[in-house]
Design a protein around this ligand. Structure first.
Ligand code: HMG
Length: 392
């Protein structure tokens, strides 16, 4: 790589409602500390009926386009595992909604929560071939499990949009990566289901095995040592998972994983995920955004990122922060996106869960509920119809 390539900008969007996990505990009789402490989650984003992965993605991507324009964007990579169509890419809707160039390729990528990282790495490759181009990478997901299942406490939703470019403002994506793929049936969603099937305990152990194997591959390829990183971001299905993963990594390297060490290494990365819940493909990048918004000394320093997608594929990679990156952050907007969510009771959450889009071809007008700049307005002719809020 002759020119540095990486993340030029990163923007976050999340859904309209938030349910405190005390509400779930009130419903199912669990001790709320199981959620607050045991899982490390305080609340979860719940989307409004007029929100889906496309509206979240467009809300995140709009911020990028407002700051940088569309020039040079010839590729839109949309990672998701809560896709709305088996054929048409969600990226095409976003291209239209935010006015991206027609002279572009717009595709969707899938491998559970790993999809966002694969999109980022593919984007780096495209820019390496032509540094004049910029690639819009979007990771957008709504995590929804069966009612009254173990996974329900780990639901959530968010989108992260990143502009990948040469000579980036924020972070250079480093070349050395560690990879791991294994055929594990820990979490999957057959085409006929709207919620995944999950073996929770197996998924945790498969994730931890992937940390170890990806790190070993990374090390074997000449990667940095643990002490060379100023931060560690993990995929966070729930924030306690980052603690388990980092403990596994430290112990592998013979380092004692004390509570103080875990807090110092991880706490800035878990603040947003703790409130949002799992956002699948976006989760790792929500954690990265949280790190950037809650650290003040990362100029020129490297951050390790661990991406895990059930099934499973994992990647350990790193970025090196560009000096002066802090001038380009969106800290106030990110905090506001989380803080302005409307708190809801368990009963309201159940009512929202009971709302489903027609699956038999019938028409539906979706009433305006969210404050999102883009809304799902109708189902018509088996199609989702979207509109910008100002156009309604
Ligand atoms: P569970 O049965 O609800 O909870 O399953 P638990 O009994 O295992 O308890 C959770 C923790 O709370 C335990 O801590 C308890 O001790 C603790 P740990 O032993 O693990 O350290 N606890 C308490 N702590 C304080 N006070 C209390 C209390 N009570 C209990 N009173 C599970 C939890 C995560 C398995 C479940 O929520 C689940 O199945 N979630 C969905 C799957 C998942 O998130 N897996 C994570 C790894 S796989 C992954 O990350 C990929 C994924 O994002 C999907 C993709 O890639 O597409 C999911």
């Amino acid at each position: 790589m002759t020119v540095p390539i990486g993340i030029h900008d990163i923007a976050l969007a999340t859904g309209h409602y938030a349910m405190d996990l005390a509400e779930l505990a009130r419903h199912n009789g669990a001790d709320v500390n199981k959620y607050y402490i045991g899982l490390g989650q305080t609340s979860q984003t719940v989307p409004a009926p007029d929100e889906d992965i496309v509206t979240l993605a467009a809300a995140a991507a709009k911020q990028i386009v407002a700051r940088h324009g569309v020039e040079g964007i010839r590729t839109i990579l949309f990672a998701t595992e809560s896709g709305i169509d088996q054929s048409k890419s969600a990226a095409v809707y976003v291209q239209d909604l935010i006015g991206l160039p027609a002279a572009s390729r717009a595709v969707e990528l899938k491998q559970a929560c790993y999809g966002g990282t694969s999109a980022l790495q593919l984007a780096v490759g495209i820019v390496a071939r032509d540094p004049e181009q910029r690639v819009l990478v979007i990771a957008s997901d709504i995590a929804k499990y069966d009612l009254d299942s173990g996974g329900e406490s780990t639901q959530g939703g968010a989108a992260v949009a990143m502009l990948v470019a040469a000579n980036p403002n924020l972070a250079v994506v480093d070349e050395t990566v560690g990879l791991y793929t294994a055929n594990v049936q820990d979490f999957w969603r057959p085409n006929y289901r709207s919620t995944p099937l999950v073996d929770g305990k197996l998924s945790v152990s498969a994730y931890l095995e992937a940390v170890e194997q990806a790190w070993k591959d990374y090390e074997g390829r000449g990667g940095r040592g643990v002490s060379e990183f100023a931060g560690f971001c993990y995929h966070q299905p729930f924030t306690k998972m980052a603690h388990k993963a980092h403990t596994r990594l430290l112990e592998l390297k013979g380092i004692e994983a004390t509570a103080a060490r875990l807090h110092a290494d991880l706490s800035p990365t878990t603040i947003y995920n703790r409130a949002i819940g799992n956002s699948y493909t976006a989760s790792l990048f929500v954690g990265f955004t949280s790190l950037l918004d809650h650290s003040d000394d990362l100029d020129g320093r490297s951050v390790a990122l661990f991406s895990y997608g059930s099934g499973c594929v994992a990647e350990l990679f790193s970025v090196t922060m560009v000096p002066g990156y802090r001038a380009h952050l969106r800290t106030a907007d990110n905090r506001a996106a989380i803080a302005r969510r409307e708190p809801i009771s368990y009963e309201k959450y159940r009512a929202l869960r009971d709302f489903t889009l027609p699956e038999d071809g019938s028409e539906l007008v979706v009433s305006a509920r969210s404050r999102s700049p883009f809304r799902l307005t109708a189902i018509s002719g088996h199609s989702r119809i979207y509109a910008a809020a100002h156009a309604q």
